[in-house]
Design a protein around this ligand. Structure first.
Ligand SMILES: [Zn+2]
Length: 85
């Protein structure tokens, strides 16, 4: 029996992948942009593959901004780059 695994779309490369292979960036109900390392926080999430190329693409094509309908603060970009570097 095959279990259906929910897939998420990367805002960088646009591929569908398993959540565990991705990093979630979240907009909280307070409109804060955070890196959700637990995958459980409430809010609107955007997903990026766990690699720095996809992060670069997501920043370049504004995929994160579009997906979260928010500016991504500089410190969040920096933190993401550290996480994925
Ligand atoms: Zn990707």
């Amino acid at each position: 029996m095959q279990k259906k695994i929910p897939l998420r779309k990367c805002v960088g490369c646009g591929e569908m992948k398993e959540k565990k292979e991705m990093i979630r960036v979240l907009k909280t109900p307070e409109d804060e942009i955070i890196l959700d390392t637990t995958g459980r926080a409430n809010g609107r999430g955007a997903y990026i593959c766990n690699n720095s190329d996809c992060l670069k693409k997501a920043i370049k094509n504004k995929g994160l901004e579009r997906s979260l309908k928010s500016q991504i603060p500089e410190e969040v970009s920096i933190r993401l780059q550290k996480e994925l570097g």
